[in-house]
Design a protein around this ligand. Structure first.
Ligand code: SAM
Length: 520
């Protein structure tokens, strides 16, 4: 045990981080807070669709397809086979652009907005990196996320989710996870809820929302022994009978297609992906932005980008946020939405030195800033802009509850105690202890997952519903009137106190993370 204690006190080795790993063409500054990618050559002040040599995709060099290291031998072998097949298929088909994509581009006059390209290469059910289920999440996959590092993430998050569920009072409840990936977080949370809050769990169902058939198949396998009633649904299906509960979106909104915008020196233009005559792909400047997008830029203070943003300065807008948040809101009658993702404040997101936005590509634990390579094989992802998420959420019927950096939230939820507790554990192999310690430290490391944001939003029954005040709470008058619904809820308040004892018993003594005033 002495050896264990000493080793546990050593600084962690640096992990490759999905989000902070500099690719060959990018670097992060010492604080890890901003990208200092070199500013690329200016785009020509284009007539629409002028090719930009600096951002084209050359004929693809054969990638190093190394099987992922790790203990999941069978999974790794199957994964390597898939990768080899994919690569062979692409190589045989074209120089840089697979046939399916070339045909789509040709059908669209040879070019499409970047947002459409991103949607195809990520979410196309047959060819997309997520849609096909080709991407794998975890240490032995293409990139790691917090839930794939260890089940401690779910252990720390569970008391917060349980508190929000308990606040909803009696009756059936749902824990809805959007974009569950490999299903690790859903599986771990279900186990935590049943273990820590059995009475609450007895009236909870788990609902998973994921458009990727390939990933849903793996989620079914991962959750084969789920102790909660479990189903898969779309938001549209849930909207037919909206649920009361908590929605969790961990690293989901970063996968929504973004619109790339380029300043050409005198106007803002949409960036397009174009099929080149030689079969490769190019990023080109397209049409001037439409009025709605210009209004968004005006709201961000970017109507005039100023002298610090020269021609060729490029960033992203997030047109998919509001529809997604509206669909999600329609699925929830009453409850909380927790978005966990990497995000910047607008001032940081659109800072002059971030001259190529935040878009990154990930595959086989490697990061790259080239979104055009091997389409359909790489994860493409962009940060969220905090103000844009908040505006989209408010416009979609959500009320902002609060926000925290992940590191702060997890410390408030007991991460330090959990870390300390590792040293008290007997009979666990040293290797496992060290891995658990590294995963915990990585969750709070500000240069890794600790800088992620937790954004919470609430949805209440419609304002003015009989017997409710503007915030959706039961009014004293309604309770005094003897209205059965109001009386039920009064009774629920009493039960909530009782349930709170259950919560206190299972939760760490530190306060839950949401203690600050609403965002807006
Ligand atoms: C980066 S992975 C995150 C997986 C998991 N949450 C994790 O953290 O390990 C993104 C997930 O979101 C899913 N996804 C993509 N678009 C979505 C959408 N519009 N609605 C719900 N899920 C979506 C993908 O299929 C995938 O499961």
């Amino acid at each position: 045990m002495a050896t264990v204690a000493i080793l546990l006190c050593q600084p962690p080795r640096l992990w490759r981080s999905r989000r902070r790993q500099p690719g060959p063409a990018s670097a992060w500054d010492a604080s890890g807070l901003s990208s200092v990618r070199p500013i690329p050559p200016a785009e020509p002040p284009a007539s629409p669709a002028v090719a930009l040599p600096a951002t084209t995709s050359p004929a693809i060099a054969s990638p190093a397809v190394a099987p992922p290291a790790g203990h999941e031998a069978d999974a790794a072998e199957a994964w390597a086979e898939t990768q080899a097949e994919t690569w062979a298929e692409i190589q045989a088909e074209s120089r840089g652009c697979p046939r399916w994509l070339a045909e789509r581009l040709q059908a669209a006059s040879g070019r499409v907005p970047f947002r459409i390209y991103m949607d195809w290469v990520l979410h196309d059910p047959q060819h997309g990196a997520y849609g096909s289920g080709r991407l794998r999440i975890g240490r032995a996959g293409d990139f790691s996320t917090a839930p794939s590092l260890s089940d401690d993430f779910a252990g720390l998050l569970a008391p917060q989710l349980a508190a929000w569920l308990l606040e909803l009072g009696p009756g059936p409840l749902a824990l809805i996870e959007a974009g569950p990936g490999e299903g690790d977080l859903a599986a771990d949370l279900a186990r935590e809820l049943v273990r820590g809050w059995p009475q609450l769990a007895a009236r909870c169902q788990l609902v998973l929302v994921d458009p990727s058939a390939g990933l849903v198949e793996r989620q079914r396998q991962r959750l084969a022994a789920c102790p909660l009633p479990l189903r898969w649904a779309t938001f549209a299906q849930l909207a037919a009978a909206p649920l009361r509960g908590v929605v969790l979106a961990h690293e989901v909104l970063d996968a929504l297609p973004v619109e790339r915008i380029v300043w050409d020196g005198s106007r803002w233009r949409q960036q397009l992906v174009q099929l080149r005559p030689d079969g490769g792909l190019a990023l080109v400047a397209g049409e001037p932005l439409a009025a709605a997008q210009l209004a968004q830029l005006a709201a961000l203070g970017l109507s005039d980008p100023g002298p610090q943003r020269p021609a060729g300065w490029c960033s992203e807008l997030h047109p998919g946020l509001e529809p997604w948040l509206a669909d999600c809101a329609a699925a929830v009658q009453q409850g909380t939405l927790l978005v966990i993702d990497y995000a910047h404040e607008a001032a940081r997101y659109y800072a002059p030195q971030r001259a190529q936005g935040t878009l990154m590509a990930y595959r086989q634990q490697q990061a790259s800033s080239d979104p055009l390579q091997q389409p359909g094989c790489w994860d493409l992802t962009a940060h969220l802009c905090l103000e844009s998420v908040e505006a989209a959420a408010l416009a979609s019927g959500w009320r902002a509850l609060g926000s925290r950096r992940q590191g702060e939230a997890l410390l408030a939820l007991g991460l330090a105690q959990r870390l300390h507790g590792l040293q008290q554990q007997a009979g666990i192999p040293l290797q496992q202890l060290l891995q658990q310690r590294e995963a915990l430290l990585r969750l709070v490391d500000p240069a890794a997952l600790g800088d992620f944001r937790w954004l919470a939003f609430q949805r209440q029954p419609p304002r003015g519903a009989a017997g409710r005040d503007a915030a959706g709470s039961v009014t004293a008058a309604a309770a005094a009137s003897g209205d059965p619904a109001a009386l039920n809820e009064q009774a629920a308040l009493g039960k909530r106190v009782a349930a709170g004892v259950e919560l206190t018993a299972a939760a760490p003594t530190a306060p839950l993370f949401l203690r600050d005033p609403p965002l807006a």
